[in-house]
Design a protein around this ligand. Sequence first.
Ligand SMILES: Cc1cc2nc3c(=O)[nH]c(=O)nc-3n(C[C@H](O)[C@H](O)[C@H](O)COP(=O)(O)OP(=O)(O)OC[C@H]3O[C@@H](n4cnc5c(N)ncnc54)[C@H](O)[C@@H]3O)c2cc1C
Length: 323
Amino acid sequence: MILTLVEHDSGLPDEVSLEALTLARELADAEDASLGAVVFGDEAAGVADELGPYGVEEVHHVTHEALDGYAPHAWGEGLAQLAEEVGTDAVVAPGTDRGHEVLAHAGATLDAPAATNCVGVDGVDDDGYDLRRNRWGGSLLEHARLEAATKLVSAAEHEYPIEEAEAATDPVVTEFEPSLDDAHLRVSIDRVESSDEEGVPLGEARVVVGGGRGVGGDDYGDLEELAELLGGTVGASRAAVNEGWRPHDDQIGQTGAKISPDIYIAAGISGAVQHMVGCKGAETILAINTDPEAAIIQKADWAVIGDLHEVLPELNDAIRAKQ
Ligand SMILES: Cc1cc2nc3c(=O)[nH]c(=O)nc-3n(C[C@H](O)[C@H](O)[C@H](O)COP(=O)(O)OP(=O)(O)OC[C@H]3O[C@@H](n4cnc5c(N)ncnc54)[C@H](O)[C@@H]3O)c2cc1C
């Protein structure tokens, strides 16, 4: 069996888990193995209804009286015990922080190796998998060979398409209660606070206006106005976030949000590789920078060489005049 960690919100699987299922199904088809899902939390029956179109045959619902919400070590331990119980060939997780955290804990218990952020399967044989995986936020592609009785794999975020199976299934739901002790529950989520930010989340925005160190301070008024005029959202480089000018939620890049807008307007951002891996999904990039030699100028589709404090107000005036 190939087991896939499926995260869900009130029974609705999230996008990255469905992407991971595409990879898991490719492995299951190649091995002629069955496809299973593992879910934590309530609403397991609801998740099962959603997973039939993706060819999932079994949904394993991990429950425990002390398990209330996310607890990384306990989830990893539960996953490892389940993998041993059902005798799985591989565990596939979404390539998110949480997916990797759970895989790492499961790997420590199972003494199993992991290949994370996979973008392709080159081969499957009796001993293992040949995989392609993103390193350094996608700036390097690695060919990896993974050999183990239980192989741990994660699917890089937004690299696999969400695809339904040729034949839908009617998954069977099975409850699984792992044996957990206090040490497994030492870290757990106490409460969840939502950000004060309003508007379209960065990852879903069709227009993003990003500001970097070149903005020179926490006055993002011109960028916010441009974003509002275009129905978009403001983002930032890590330098701007580190300066305390913008919240971390706004950060685009390797250690921030991955965006895929129709247009990304990057103002006062140099174009470091760690920033660019977060916006490589943008259809069009417009850079505004005083330095014609800045790395982003080479990577952008359009560039305005100039001071953003002069360019942005003029741009906003011009757009307003057209409306
Ligand atoms: C492990 C690791 C992870 C990282 N993750 C991220 C990440 O997720 N996201 C990220 O962004 N960075 C990340 N970084 C940091 C990254 O390497 C860069 O340091 C950062 O992106 C630089 O931000 P910046 O372009 O705003 O600043 P700078 O590199 O200082 O560039 C400022 C730019 O503004 C231009 N400028 C200055 N004044 C003006 C003006 N008035 N008008 C127009 N242009 C002007 C300058 O010419 C320059 O090109 C990471 C680094 C590491 C080591």
